[in-house]
Design a protein around this ligand. Structure first.
Ligand SMILES: NC(=O)c1ccc[n+]([C@@H]2O[C@H](COP(=O)([O-])OP(=O)(O)OC[C@H]3O[C@@H](n4cnc5c(N)ncnc54)[C@H](O)[C@@H]3O)[C@@H](O)[C@H]2O)c1
Length: 270
């Protein structure tokens, strides 16, 4: 368990769900982490749980200065930066086009794109010089909604498709110094919230879905936990295990992408 020994990682949204699972596993693999997290309670918890290996900073991915502050913390405290993981995100609880009043749609668009897309770009911009210096890598959290409809409403789905463009363009621009990749998980139980613009800031993903409903739509037929998605991040971050992948988006979607024709008991559903 030391595939990331000596590596220093900047991750956004590391206070719960997938981000926290990445923090826990990366610490176990020997990494040091600096976390940018909006929730002060989650920041306090990270400081308590990981007093040595993690520097937790309260801030918002939508502010460049907050991203820059975390990069500076990494350089001052640990002397280098090897990996940036853009992960903080918000969902839209499947708010449909016609289900949103026009003024709500505009505000939801700004809020979701600012977190899910601008946040990734600002974090990448803040981290890029140090990653070029260390010849490190970036990893972005996408979603099944980066590839297929139905994993969110049009705003969330568009934001995750936009993040695909971030991955491809940055992999192109930052080669040969920085490898840029992504992991696209399917549904899981986390603290994932929606935008204030839709009155969803206290709604969690599992308020509107059940483990059984998620299990039922996944060809691999189990309800994944955040920890189940972490292995590809370790592999992509590792300097020895990933010398060749850049611009790659790993579909960790429990088989959604090969779903094809829906099977029903007794034959094919046509
Ligand atoms: N939960 C799912 O089913 C699912 C499925 C596919 C993809 N994802 C993606 O996984 C990523 C992580 O989400 P999660 O499910 O672990 O949810 P989560 O809410 O448990 O984790 C996201 C973290 O980001 C933080 N955050 C939110 N907005 C922020 C901001 N503006 N600035 C700083 N921190 C902020 C939150 O406080 C939270 O701790 C997101 O990009 C999400 O789109 C989640």
């Amino acid at each position: 368990m030391s595939r990331l020994a000596g590596q220093v990682v900047f991750i956004t949204g590391g206070g719960s769900g997938l981000g926290l699972a990445i923090v826990e596993r990366f610490v176990a693999e020997g990494a040091k982490l600096c976390v940018l997290e909006r929730s002060p309670e989650k920041v306090m918890q990270l400081k308590t749980d990981f007093p040595e290996a993690v520097v937790a900073v309260a801030g918002d991915v939508r502010n460049y200065a907050d991203n820059e502050r975390v990069v500076n913390e990494a350089l001052v405290k640990f002397g280098r930066l090897d990996v940036f993981i853009g992960n903080a995100g918000i969902w839209d609880h499947n708010a449909s086009l016609l289900g949103m009043e026009p003024e709500c749609l505009e505000a939801a668009y700004r809020e979701i794109f600012d977190v899910n897309v601008k946040g990734y770009l600002l974090g990448a911009r803040a981290a890029a010089p140090a990653l070029i210096a260390s010849e490190g890598s970036m990893i972005f959290t996408l979603s099944n909604a980066a590839f297929y409809p139905g994993g969110g409403g049009p705003v969330y789905t568009a934001s995750k498709h936009a993040a695909v463009g971030v991955v491809r363009q940055l992999a192109y621009e930052l080669a040969p110094k920085v490898r840029v990749n992504a992991v696209a998980p399917s549904g899981m139980a986390s603290d994932l919230r929606g935008p204030m613009a839709l009155g969803q800031e206290t709604m969690r993903i599992m308020d509107s879905r059940s483990p059984e409903a998620i299990r039922a739509i996944l060809p691999l037929q189990f309800f994944p936990a955040p920890e189940d998605f972490v292995a590809p991040y370790v592999m992509l971050a590792s300097r020895t295990d990933n010398r060749t992948l850049s611009g790659v988006m790993i579909n960790a979607d429990c088989g959604l992408g090969i779903r094809g024709i829906r099977h029903v008991a007794g034959g094919l559903a046509l």
